[in-house]
Design a protein around this ligand. Structure first.
Ligand code: SAM
Length: 235
């Protein structure tokens, strides 16, 4: 049996009782970065053996993991934060388990885009999750596709490309859109920044100290802009 176990995206309290129980009782935990997971396990006094499973070894490791499952081992997969498979390794292993008819149990739990989407206040009855855009090749093609989606859009972005991404939103979308940049969800400096792409780009250029941490960008499907409206809990 393979368990997919979501782990906290910031606040270490955001782990379910069931996740702790599974991590304590499986034979092996596959972790994206064993050092990161070790810190979580230490907090909850979990002593299950850890093995590395990340984007660079998932092709080679998947067959071994399937063999362990066939031998009757119970295994949990975790990523550094959030739900494995969501912009993290996991998909390949789950697909291999399905093909090998090995049982998979996915625990519900933390993931960054749900609190960001809901907290933005933008329509969340229908949304499109893009995750990370390609850094270079194919980025323009994705933007041209995204402008055709009539729903709220959800992107993961690194602080290094935040201003570039906001400038691209301004360039590619014909009408002005409301945008929300959500930083550091569930951490001490959690913040929601609202505005147009142009307004937010200018604001972040003026406040480079805020261009840091982990972030989710939400683009509203609504066309009415809330020009210059920025919410900053620090100020
Ligand atoms: N598996 C994770 C999930 O379920 O959300 C996503 C992992 S992906 C490698 C990391 C990205 O998720 C970050 O670059 C950021 O876009 C987003 N993210 C993760 N934790 C976050 C947080 N605490 N606040 C805001 N965004 C976060």
């Amino acid at each position: 049996m393979l368990y997919i176990v979501p782990t906290p995206i910031g606040n270490l309290g955001d782990i379910t009782h069931r996740a702790q129980e599974v991590l304590s009782t499986v034979d092996l935990i596959l972790a994206e970065d064993t050092r990161v997971t070790q810190r979580l396990l230490a907090k909850y006094e979990i002593h299950t053996p850890l093995r590395s499973y990340h984007a660079h070894n998932e092709h080679q490791t998947t067959a071994n993991v399937i063999q362990l499952l066939k031998d009757g081992k119970t295994i949990a997969l975790v990523s550094d934060a959030g739900t494995p498979g969501i912009s993290d390794p996991g998909f390949m292993l789950v697909r291999a388990c399905r093909e090998a008819e090995e049982e998979v149990v996915v625990l519900p739990g933390p993931t960054a885009f749900v609190p960001a989407l809901v907290g933005s206040g933008f329509p969340c009855d229908r949304f499109f999750f893009e995750g990370f855009l390609p850094h270079k090749k194919g980025r323009q093609t994705r933007w041209k596709f995204l402008v055709t989606i009539p729903h709220t859009l959800v992107l993961y972005e690194s602080p290094y490309r935040l201003v570039k991404c906001l400038d691209e939103i301004r360039t590619y979308f014909a009408e002005i859109r409301n945008v929300c940049v959500v930083r550091e969800i569930s951490k001490m400096h959690e913040q929601y920044h609202f505005g147009t792409a142009a307004g937010l780009s200018a604001w972040f250029e003026k406040h480079p100290e805020k261009v840091k941490g982990e972030m989710v960008i939400i683009i509203s499907s609504e066309t009415s802009a809330r020009e210059g409206q920025e919410e900053d809990d620090d100020e």
